[in-house]
Write a protein that binds this ligand. Structure first.
Ligand SMILES: Cc1cc2nc3c(=O)[nH]c(=O)nc-3n(C[C@H](O)[C@H](O)[C@H](O)COP(=O)(O)O)c2cc1C
Length: 108
């Protein structure tokens, strides 16, 4: 897990962090790792428990959660399933494009 924090009073802090996150995601992909960016982890860091966690992790005073990145090895079937889903989606989109062009209603 990678936690990205910032002094949010700094100008462009969130933009800087977003770019950092994107670079981490690209680097992970190039290393063959799976990744997911999460901002909902904000709820944890806004809580009392989160304040404690920030101390345990050594996050400097004044720095706040921006996002969290989870890295790991992907499920072997994921890419295969993803490709299958994409192909299904392409098929649906192409059917609708044809229908729109010919004013037809798609057959089920
Ligand atoms: C800024 C940002 C914040 C996100 N926050 C969350 C989050 O808190 N929880 C979550 O499950 N997915 C979150 N996502 C979505 C995932 O990172 C990911 O894009 C999504 O699961 C689709 O992944 P896939 O296309 O590789 O299947 C966020 C995406 C972005 C761009």
């Amino acid at each position: 897990m990678i936690l990205i924090t910032a002094d949010k009073t700094a100008r462009f802090a969130e933009i800087d962090c977003a770019l950092t996150a994107e670079n981490i995601l690209i680097a992970a992909e190039s290393l063959g790792l799976g990744s997911i960016i999460m901002t909902s982890t904000e709820f944890l860091f806004k809580s009392e428990k989160g304040e404690q966690l920030k101390k345990e992790l050594g996050i400097p005073e004044g720095y706040e959660h921006v996002c969290t990145i989870a890295l790991g090895y992907e499920d072997e079937n994921r890419r295969q399933n993803q490709e299958k889903r994409r192909n299904q989606l392409r098929k649906i989109i192409s059917q609708f494009t044809r229908c729109r062009n010919h004013k037809l209603i798609p057959s089920s």
